[in-house]
Design a protein around this ligand. Structure first.
Ligand code: M6R
Length: 606
């Protein structure tokens, strides 16, 4: 995950910027850079590789500016070299950026037509040129930035400085976190409070869509529409720790809100954003020749595997066998010669998953793992590790780790589909595009969080809740039920919508809320029929869907509306309503959502 730091200081800031970037090294990076405003001009130094290379560059060619921005870059658009390292700049503006600018190609083409010359392959550079273009039309830096921000689509965080403006820095947040630090006659920006801990503990976290105009004397905040808004500052406890709740009440809520950022990060690990194709690491295993794939995992990770089964079978045409690890390890299942077994685990230490891995290995399978903790036992015992870049997940209920598993598995399915020739290059680009839009849709969905809070008092009264879905929405429904029961202790079950009339329908009456996960896709009409069966028996339907209410054709108690999203990418976006329903219901009931009773984050016993 890229790291951002900005300082409006009272002495040369380059060394402090590098020190602050060091505190963000844990996020991972492959190049770094800083820029400062020096005698009215913008100057920058960048280097490929570790921060010591940047420090050496600065030693040879020091920067003297008292206002500056710094960045550690994890390559997304373009190779990890100095040319693509941030900051990016024109003669007027210098920018560092985290996240994805989805519409960078169209903006770049329009700016090129105006005469702008680009020197990198990055999406970030369009931001510098776009603001410059607005300034050339006569706007000052603040107005030009406001106009430029309105043209950007995606999920991102930005820090910007301007030639000729030694006392100005602008930060903007849309999907990726950004914190403003308040000092004594100095001001700061950081992608998290950890970077700013040596300077200040007084932090203001920007809200989605916010941008902040910083001068040494303080900060002014604007919302997405450009209105001046007040944002409170808090005292951060980040100084000693790498994990901090930010301004969220619980780690779980923080981790839910981190998803646009960590999904961007995970996707860009497996996608070449410049070409719009999957860029999978060479595994040394011929993906075209896999006869069968066995997937195994536990809990939420198993449900990610279930979604992957739909993707792998449909797009890569690989037969997939999936089982929970605690069953698979004892089933003595036969496994084909040359087969691949894939294990999904946040912690990489789950005892049953590890035992299933060892069983598959003994059966001669090549072992792939999708893990969040790269130093874990499961990672170490795998032939190929596909890391999820969710960062530390502290809440016991898995949220961001789950969606990052989905992001990784979606790319894996496309990589196999490409190797086997079961998807055309056009379809691959369409599906990759769908994935890159996910962080933005997540931002949109999180903006509507209040509807989940409003529903919580009603849902908290339920004794039993059913969750229904079809296709990839079926494992998402199961995940919704798992989330609700583990943190609110309300009994909940997830079913394939079509299975309802084979048993669970007997439970339905006016006291049973039924959460129906129904993206407006090719299966929507079928799910509507099942919903009508529920409504006819007085069941209280909570519809989670992007479909217009008039397509539903029966009474629903609540319609939680979801942004319209390509069906391929829908599981990633629909996971969020599942998390928010559970979180708000549980917090209304006053349970300990971060450490629910009887549960452990890492289950290292059988
Ligand atoms: O660390 P792992 O992903 O292997 O853990 C698997 C399950 O224990 C885990 O997903 C569990 O179901 C979570 N509590 C779900 O929120």
């Amino acid at each position: 995950m890229c790291g951002i730091v900005g300082i409006l200081g009272t002495k040369p800031v380059a060394d402090e910027l590098v020190d602050a970037l060091r505190r963000l090294e844990y996020r991972g990076y492959d190049s770094a850079g800083v820029a400062t405003v020096e005698n009215g001009h913008l100057e920058r130094r960048r280097a490929e590789g570790k921060l010591k290379n940047l420090a050496a560059r600065l030693n040879d060619e020091p920067l003297q500016g008292h206002a500056g921005i710094g960045h550690t870059r994890w390559a997304t658009h373009g190779a990890p070299n100095e040319r693509n390292a941030h900051p990016h700049m024109t003669d007027k503006v210098s920018v560092v950026h985290n996240g994805i600018i989805e519409n960078f190609r169209e903006i770049r083409d329009a700016l090129r037509a105006e005469g702008a010359e680009f020197s990198s392959e990055t999406d970030t550079e369009v931001v510098a040129h776009l603001i410059t273009s607005e300034m050339r039309k006569g706007d000052g830096p603040v107005a030009a930035t406001g106009r430029a921000l309105k043209k950007l689509r995606g999920a991102f965080a930005l820090a910007i400085i301007f030639a000729g403006h030694d006392d100005l820095m602008i930060g903007a947040r849309e999907g990726s976190p950004l914190a403003v630090g308040h000092g004594e006659g100095e001001m700061y920006l950081g992608s998290d409070a950890i970077a700013l801990a040596p300077f200040t503990s007084q932090i203001t976290y920007l809200e989605e869509g916010d941008w902040a105009i910083l001068h040494r004397g303080g900060a002014e905040f604007r919302d997405r529409a450009g209105n001046k808004v007040k944002r409170r500052s808090i005292t951060s406890s980040a100084s000693g720790f790498l994990v901090d709740k930010g301004n969220h009440k619980h780690f779980m809520l923080k981790e839910i809100h981190e998803q646009p950022e960590v999904i961007s990060h995970t996707l860009t690990n497996y996608i070449d954003m410049t070409s719009g194709e999957v860029a999978f690491p060479d595994t040394g295993i011929d993906l075209a020749k896999i006869p069968r794939l066995t997937i195994s995992a536990c809990g939420t990770a198993y449900l990610a595997g279930m979604v992957a089964k739909y993707w792998l079978e449909r797009y890569a045409r690989v037969p997939v066998e999936i089982d929970v690890a605690s069953e698979m390890r004892y089933r003595e299942a036969p496994m084909p010669e040359g087969g691949v077994a894939l294990f999904v685990s946040q912690s990489g230490e789950t005892a049953d998953t590890l035992a299933a891995l060892r069983y598959a290995k003994a059966q001669g399978q090549r072992i792939f793992s999708v893990v969040n903790v790269r130093t874990s036992t499961i990672a170490r015992e795998s032939d190929v590790v596909l890391p999820t870049l969710a960062g530390p997940e502290i809440g016991v209920a898995s949220t961001k780790a789950f969606t990052c598993q989905l992001a990784t598995l979606a790319c894996f399915a496309l990589a196999i589909g490409r190797a086997r020739g079961t998807i055309t290059p056009e379809l691959e680009r369409e599906l990759v595009q769908a994935l890159t839009e996910v962080p933005r849709h997540m931002v949109g969905l999180l903006r509507e969080e209040q509807q989940y809070e409003e529903m919580a008092p009603w849902l908290s009264k339920a004794k039993d809740v059913l969750y229904l879905g079809r296709g990839t929405a079926y494992p998402i429904a199961m995940e919704g039920a798992l989330k609700l029961k583990e943190i609110s202790y309300i009994h909940a079950e997830g079913y394939a919508a079509g299975e309802m009339k084979h048993g669970p329908i007997a439970l339905i009456d006016e006291n049973v809320p039924v959460v129906v996960v129904a993206p407006d896709d090719e299966l929507f009409e079928k799910t509507v029929s099942n919903m009508q069966e529920v409504a006819a028996r007085g069941g209280q339907i909570v519809l989670v869907s992007d479909a217009n209410s008039d397509k539903v054709g029966c009474r629903v108690a609540t319609h939680l509306s979801v942004p319209s999203v390509h069906p391929f990418a829908a599981p990633l976006v629909y996971a969020l309503p599942m998390q928010l329903i559970a979180y708000h219901t549980a917090t209304f009931m006053g349970t300990d959502v971060d450490q629910p009773r009887n549960l452990a984050k890492s289950v290292t016993v059988e």
